[in-house]
Design a protein around this ligand. Structure first.
Ligand SMILES: Nc1ncnc2c1ncn2[C@@H]1O[C@H](COP(=O)(O)OP(=O)(O)OP(=O)(O)O)[C@@H](O)[C@H]1O
Ligand SMILES: [Mg+2]
Length: 447
């Protein structure tokens, strides 16, 4: 997408000529005064740069700058000044304007100033992204659990952390794959280095390639500057490729080459770049099946799968549920400023009985909502979401007669749809009213 520039000047010839000149590289808008400028900012959220005259009737440049900083703080402001207003232009820079140009405007200088401003902003956002990742990553590195399965995973993490081996983390959604990756990084020799994450499923193919490997200036329309990719940003650290099962075929080839040679080229570039990066990838997809189906390269699979950590679903380590539930209870009490002592035995039974298809993330959400809803000092059955009680009331004994089979089918449908009756009725192939009648008949009116 093109960068958009707003040209503000009360001299019509100046604003129109400047806008015309810039329109070959940028999308341009014009305004004759401060008021029009704000109208344009309001109408076009894509405006990234304001090129504005200093001396204008009603609202002068400094006032405009003040207002822009209050309402559109990410917008870059560059001033155009006559000889008489240089002093206020310098003042404006002190207040946060990016730069100023003197009239008559040297068009070459104008272009360079705009490009530098954009590059400067990109570097800043790169920096903010890295800092934010550091903050996020330092939060969650504690794996709670005492089951034999978690013990095995902790052992594996300890062993791989001291090496630079490529790790593939597998497991259902919400089981803690990212947490495992975090723990490996922060226990490794590159813990002080960058930890960069990419969600391969969240970006379109074209964007993903330049996001991972970077691009050279002019690599495609809109590539005004060289941009480093996440592989370069992760140099001397760890790169987590999340949702690796969604990696498009073209990028699989490029990743394979990186794993073989530790080098790549930026998109549109010829220079070979070498980086030292520990790679962790994660997915909830069955990668082996994807290989069989021809959707994931077998050679890449083997390269990624040097060490393999499979995080088991919640239902296979039920003994960890109380610890994890209590850990999140304490955490959410702190976040929401609540004093809740415990989870009642009845509520815990219900939590233990549920099959948690969304694993720890689902359990966490359930605890958070219970913490918010509870007014007592204990989480009871009543503060848990209703879909838990549906699965709890299901009998462990197989149904004996038609009556029980029907009742079980209804409970199953309500369980799968989390108590959504219209959906459950659809699932069962009956009308909503029939469902209500049957619930009534089976004494399950409250569901
Ligand atoms: N053993 C654990 N103890 C406490 N909290 C955990 C544990 N495992 C995971 N969590 C928490 O559960 C949430 C989900 O974990 P995470 O994001 O690592 O899962 P994931 O497997 O990457 O999920 P997805 O496949 O949906 O991306 C996180 O907030 C994480 O901190
Ligand atoms: Mg994840």
């Amino acid at each position: 997408m093109n960068t958009s520039i707003l040209v503000v000047d009360d001299d019509r010839a100046i604003r129109e000529n400047l806008a015309r000149y810039l329109s070959s590289d940028y999308t341009t808008y014009i305004a004759a005064n401060g008021q029009e400028a704000f109208q344009q900012l309001n109408d076009h959220s894509d405006i990234e740069i304001i090129l504005s005259d200093m001396m204008m009737p009603e609202m002068d440049g400094l006032e405009l700058l003040d207002k822009v900083q209050a309402e559109y703080k990410d917008t870059i402001v560059i001033f155009i000044t006559g000889f008489s207003t240089i002093e206020s232009a310098v003042d404006a820079m002190r207040k946060g304007a990016y730069d100023y140009l003197t009239k008559p405007i040297d068009l070459n200088k104008l272009e360079i100033t705009i490009k530098n401003a954009l590059e400067n902003r990109n570097l800043k956002s790169e920096n903010t992204m890295l800092k934010q990742q550091i903050r996020e990553n330092s939060i969650a590195t504690s794996i709670v659990g005492e089951s034999a399965k978690i013990g095995e995973i902790m052992n594996l993490i300890k062993r791989v952390s001291s090496t630079k081996a490529t790790v593939l983390v597998l497991g259902e959604s919400g089981t803690g794959k990212e947490l495992v990756a975090n723990t490996i990084h922060y226990n490794s020799s590159v813990a002080e280095g960058p930890f960069v994450k990419v969600n391969c499923a969240a970006l379109a193919e074209g964007v993903l390639e330049s996001e991972l490997f970077g691009h050279e200036k002019g690599a495609f329309t809109g590539a005004l500057f060289m941009k480093k990719g996440r592989f370069e940003l992760a140099h001397n650290g760890t790169l987590l490729l999340d949702e690796i099962g969604d990696l498009p075929a073209t990028i699989q080839v490029k990743l394979l080459r990186f794993l073989q040679e530790s080098e790549f080229e930026r998109v549109g570039g010829t220079k070979t770049i070498k980086v030292d990066v520990r790679l962790i990838s994660a997915t909830n997809k069955d990668l082996e099946q994807l290989v069989k189906d021809g959707k994931f390269r077998e050679d890449l699979f083997y390269r990624l799968n040097v060490v393999n950590i499979v995080v088991p679903p919640m239902r296979e380590r039920k003994e960890d549920i109380p610890l994890i539930a209590e850990y999140h209870l304490r955490k959410f009490c702190e976040i929401h400023n609540k004093r809740i002592r415990a989870i009642s035995a009845g509520a815990m039974d219900m939590i233990m009985d549920y099959h948690w298809p969304g694993n720890i993330r689902e359990l966490m959400n359930c605890i958070e909502s219970a913490v918010v809803m509870t007014i007592e000092d204990e989480i009871t059955v009543d503060s848990l979401p209703p879909f838990l009680s549906i699965s709890h009331s299901k009998s462990a004994v197989p149904p004996q007669n038609l009556f029980e089979i029907e009742k079980q089918a209804i409970l199953d449908a309500l369980d799968v749809t989390r108590g959504n009756k219209p959906k459950a009725a659809k699932e069962l192939g009956i009308g909503l009213r029939t469902l209500y009648r049957k619930l009534d008949q089976y004494g399950m009116k409250d569901f």
